[in-house]
Design a protein. Structure first.
Length: 256
């Protein structure tokens, strides 16, 4: 919980927001850092300071540029970016012009600052969606990336850390290590379309104009021989043409 503190120095009022054992303070429109006794730790040189809960690091703004300093006023990340957003205590999303990237707390570039969009993915702070023009890719906090090679990436919560991505007009599954899901012998894992089921363990898939079911390992559960397949209220039904009587294949709580 933040508390407001006030003190007067040289007849200039200083308003402080208490954060941990130090405080962000404002003097004559400039921000600095003082300790609990009012001693100046970081001089009043900045247009804004965000503590962000980063231990000894502070995101600062100066003349519309952003960087990171420590509590000794040492520059950790040069004050040259158009925006900085902490991802965790060691990684930061940065923006230079219209391009985004990721840097670490040593100022090293982890993901090149060339992407139009970089977003954190659902279950981890160190897995990212990349967008470059009309292409998409994935990257991790160590800088490993697929590059912007996919036409689309589905961000729904598939199990076992899986993603479905569109490559050369076909949908495939990849894992969080950016590896294609292995397919059993004789089964091509490239699909025309994938529809997630309610239990997230199997998917309705269209291949060469026919629908079937696969599991999260890419194995075929129901052969690709149906013209129509639908999911409603947890029940998967199908038929071989529009005039057939629908056949119930399974419910989400029962195995076939």
């Amino acid at each position: 919980m933040k508390t407001k503190l006030k003190m007067v120095e040289d007849n200039n009022e200083v308003v402080c927001d208490r954060v941990f054992d130090y405080s962000v303070a404002i003097r004559k429109g400039y921000y600095g850092i003082i300790d609990k006794d009012g001693a100046v730790i970081v001089p009043f040189d900045y247009h804004y300071i965000w503590p962000w809960g980063l231990d000894n690091y502070l995101v600062v703004q100066k003349w519309r540029k952003y960087g990171i300093i420590d509590l000794c006023n040492n520059v950790v990340v040069p004050i040259e970016y158009d925006y900085i957003l902490p991802i965790n205590k060691h990684l930061f999303k940065v923006k230079a012009g219209n391009k985004s990237g990721v840097i670490n707390d040593s100022g090293e570039i982890v993901i090149p600052i060339i992407y139009d969009v970089i977003n954190n993915l659902r279950y981890t702070e160190e897995l990212f969606l990349l967008k470059f023009g009309e292409a998409y890719g994935l990257a991790n906090g160590q800088g490993k990336t697929t590059g912007p090679i996919y036409e689309y990436i589905d961000l729904r919560n598939y199990p076992e850390d899986l993603f479905r991505v569109k490559l050369n007009g076909k949908w495939i599954f990849i894992n969080s290590k950016f590896e294609k899901v292995p397919a059993p012998a004789g089964v091509d894992p490239l699909y025309d379309d994938i529809i997630q089921t309610l239990d997230r363990d199997i998917s309705v898939v269209r291949k060469d104009g026919k629908y079937g079911l696969i599991n999260t390992k890419g194995e075929t559960v129901i052969p690709f021989e149906y013209d129509i397949m639908s999911i409603r209220d947890g029940i998967i039904t199908c038929c071989t043409n529009a005039e057939d009587e629908p056949l119930t294949l399974m419910t989400v709580e029962k195995e076939i």
